[in-house]
Design a protein around this ligand. Structure first.
Ligand SMILES: [Zn+2]
Length: 291
């Protein structure tokens, strides 16, 4: 166990000092079809809440214009089941971020998300932040959800040792209920779904590559960027409370931007970009959550 932790620490150190991020698309595509079983048929999304922040926090050089940042989760639909990517957050956890000034919360959408989590075959948590994990961690049926939730070893480590909110801290016996996975760079977690190790936003952050039966490809960049402009302009976040590996994030933004320029078949998702969510919903790339 200690060897594993040391090996991970070395990898993290190597990753940030080199500040390169260049997952091979051909390898991602090959891994996307490595596992037996039909590829997914659709991807659906849900916004359960939002935080509104001045643009100067969202992107370096931004002004005071308020930016609505939704808190989203995604459902990858297969012919006979579904896989969830992230779990949203309950209202109490959402409100714990700004108890004096409640921000938008869409309780009906969270109820729909809870049903989708209950019905999912598998749940993937991309990193330990509250808006991604609380839907599982605070669920009344936590044990049942954890039993079908895959988390990377780094996510498990953060949930135990550096939880995003105090009430999300998990003891080792709770972590033992999850399916815990360690992988160096890329991992095909389900047909058409490949995890990409991407420490930067947090030590445990991952991106997710998705390939649909139609051939359409989606790269969920999770929280490396907060909005597409971070990628387009290759400019990081500028919020005083965000403690990221800046060099790693810049390398990820450069890679994501290169995808937008050279890979017209790949649609990039960004967890907290409201305009992008709207546009992809309108053009049919993202559907409505189904249960
Ligand atoms: Zn987030």
């Amino acid at each position: 166990m200690i060897d594993v932790i040391e090996a991970r620490a070395e990898r993290t150190a190597a990753g940030s000092s080199a500040a390169t991020f260049n997952p091979d698309l051909a390898t991602l595509r090959a891994l996307g079809t490595a596992l037996p079983g039909p590829l997914p048929v659709a991807i659906n999304g849900v916004r359960v809440a939002a935080s509104v922040r001045p643009r100067k926090f969202v992107i370096e050089g931004g002004d005071d214009t308020p930016v609505t940042m939704p808190r989203t989760a995604f459902q990858v639909r297969y012919p006979d089941c579904s896989v969830m990517i992230d779990s949203g957050l309950d209202q109490a956890t959402h409100n714990s971020f700004s108890p004096d000034k409640p921000e938008p919360y869409y309780a009906e959408q969270f109820t729909a998300l809870r049903h989708a989590l209950d019905e999912a075959r598998l749940i993937i948590l991309t990193h330990h932040h509250a808006d991604h994990v609380a839907g599982v961690v605070t669920a009344a049926n936590f044990s049942a959800l954890a039993a079908k939730t895959i988390i990377a070893m780094d996510v498990a480590d953060c949930l135990m040792n550096s939880p995003h909110r105090p009430h999300l801290k998990l003891a080792p016996d709770a972590i033992a209920k999850f399916i815990v996975l360690d992988y160096p760079q890329l991992y095909p977690v389900a047909p058409g779904i490949v995890l990409i190790r991407a420490p930067g936003h947090s030590p445990d952050s991952q991106m997710v590559y998705i390939r649909l039966q139609s051939g359409q490809e989606i790269l969920h960049s999770v929280d490396s960027a907060w909005i597409m402009d971070n990628i387009r302009l290759v400019k990081g976040k500028s919020a005083p409370w965000v403690k990221e590996d800046g060099a790693a994030i810049m390398a990820q933004l450069r890679w994501l931007k290169s995808l937008t320029e050279t890979e017209s078949n790949v649609t990039i998702l960004v967890t907290h970009d409201d305009e992008l969510f709207e546009r992809l919903t309108r053009n049919g790339t993202i559907g409505q959550l189904k249960t």
